[in-house]
Design a protein around this ligand. Structure first.
Ligand code: PLP
Length: 425
């Protein structure tokens, strides 16, 4: 039944039925979690054999002749730079392979530009008291956390089906020298699963920022993470920037966190030689070399880029049924009420649900009381401030399928309950 068209008697009846259903579900004493985008156990098991590709009898010498057990080559071993070059679609000599976290590399990158000018003649960002950063919303809470930590004013930019609203981005960056960058998850964005259109990528590559040291933080965390047989295609920003002469604009990031093991994978970044020179100068002080054994282990396990893509097919087979559970339950339970909208992504790790305006916090609260943990309402906005109190990020990958079914039933009950409460005032 469509809630907005219901009489108050009809709504009261629905509300009473939902309250009973909620009480029954709460009584089950469940403990379910759809909060963070973590791979499930079955996905982690896919990479177990990687732990067998190296043992005490292995050859630890990399292609460049370096003994990977020892200090050396802080930008990573050649074969791993090549692999990440293919994953990111950039030349391997523009790649730096880091430790176990791309978020860590993003934090370091911002930190570097806080203290050292990325362009000669510009001020380090800590000397720009009114520094600002653009934050497409809804977006990734940990991105916003980095720029919050470094004292940026964060300006939300709405996302549409093509990516961030580029009219707003262009207007803002061309007029304000204190805007220093933008967070982007260009493919299967976190949380709404949108892939930036070709036009959006071209407009990014053609930006004319007032700040010479404006940088695009191009976090391609889900670049090869398809879940359907009709994957999205993302235009290559580095190629486009080469055409416009804006080669220094983007800084790219990715990792194997959602390919092998989160927290025990390998991360990488790529940037123009001008940018890399400044970043490398800092890394030289920060570290002697990252974990080359883990780099070598990953390369030996996959063989080549094709091996990575084959591995991703196995993830896809596990993830597709999980996304189907989420989407089918939303279709069955929430669609008829007309109170919510959600995304139907071709990849990534999330389904982004907009519940009835003004009810997201209440839904998350009701779910928690019934034993289902969700990402906090508002987390997808800078400073946790969703002006519509509407967006909730569903992360379907971690719970086993039977638990996911239960959790989604409870989520839908709570979303309907909160909508009825709101409409009945
Ligand atoms: N970037 C995005 C968009 C993510 O969603 C995540 C994790 O959820 C990360 C980065 C974290 O990546 P890493 O494990 O490489 O630090």
């Amino acid at each position: 039944m469509e809630y907005f068209k219901c009489s108050s008697e009809e709504l009261e009846k629905e509300y009473a039925a939902l309250k009973k259903r909620y009480k029954d579900e709460k009584g089950k004493g469940l403990s379910l979690n759809m909060a963070r985008g973590k791979p499930g156990k079955e996905q982690l098991d896919l990479s177990l054999k990687m732990l067998d590709v190296m043992n005490s009898k292995s050859d630890f010498i990399g292609e460049d002749g370096m003994d990977c057990r020892n200090y050396g080559i802080f930008h990573g071993i050649d074969e791993c730079r090549k692999l990440f070059g293919e994953i990111l679609g950039v030349p391997s000599n523009s790649v730096m392979v880091g430790g176990n976290s791309s978020l860590n590399m993003m934090f370091d990158t911002i930190s570097c530009m806080m203290t050292k000018p990325i362009v000669e003649g510009c001020k380090p960002w800590y000397e720009v008291p009114d520094r600002k950063f653009l934050c497409p919303v809804p977006g990734y809470d940990r991105h916003f956390g980095i720029t919050q930590y470094y004292g940026f004013e964060m300006i939300p930019v709405p996302m549409n089906e093509n990516g961030p609203d580029m009219d707003i981005v262009e207007r803002l960056v061309s007029n304000d020298e204190s805007i220093k960058g933008i967070w982007c998850v260009p493919k299967y964005s976190n949380p709404n699963g949108i892939t930036y259109s070709d036009e959006t990528v071209r407009r990014f590559a053609s930006l004319k920022p007032a700040a010479k040291d404006f940088r695009i933080m191009w976090d391609n965390a889900y670049c090869i993470h398809d879940i359907t047989d009709t994957p999205d295609k993302l235009l290559n920003i580095v190629d486009e920037c080469r055409k416009t002469g804006n080669v220094d604009l983007p800084v790219l990031f990715c990792s194997t966190s959602k390919i092998t093991f989160p927290g025990a994978g390998v991360a990488a970044m790529a940037a123009s030689s001008n940018n890399m020179k400044v970043f490398a100068a800092r890394y030289n002080y920060e570290i002697i070399s990252y974990d080359k054994l883990n780099m070598l282990r990953h390369v030996k396990f996959f063989g080549d880029f094709n091996g990575v893509l084959k591995h991703m097919e196995k993830h896809k087979a596990i993830l597709k049924p999980k996304f189907d559970i989420v989407l089918n339950t939303l279709d069955k339970e929430l669609k008829p009420t007309g109170t919510a909208n959600w995304t139907n992504p071709n990849g990534g790790y999330f389904v982004s649900v907009d519940v009835m305006e003004g009810t997201a916090k209440r839904v998350v609260h009701l779910c928690r009381d019934a034993g289902v943990v969700l990402t906090g309402a508002g987390a997808t906005y800078p400073l946790g401030n969703d002006p519509h109190d509407s967006n909730i990020r569903i992360a379907p990958t971690f719970p086993p399928n039977n638990e996911l079914e239960q959790a989604m039933d409870i989520f839908c009950t709570c979303a309907k309950l909160a909508a009825c409460e709101k409409l009945l005032g």
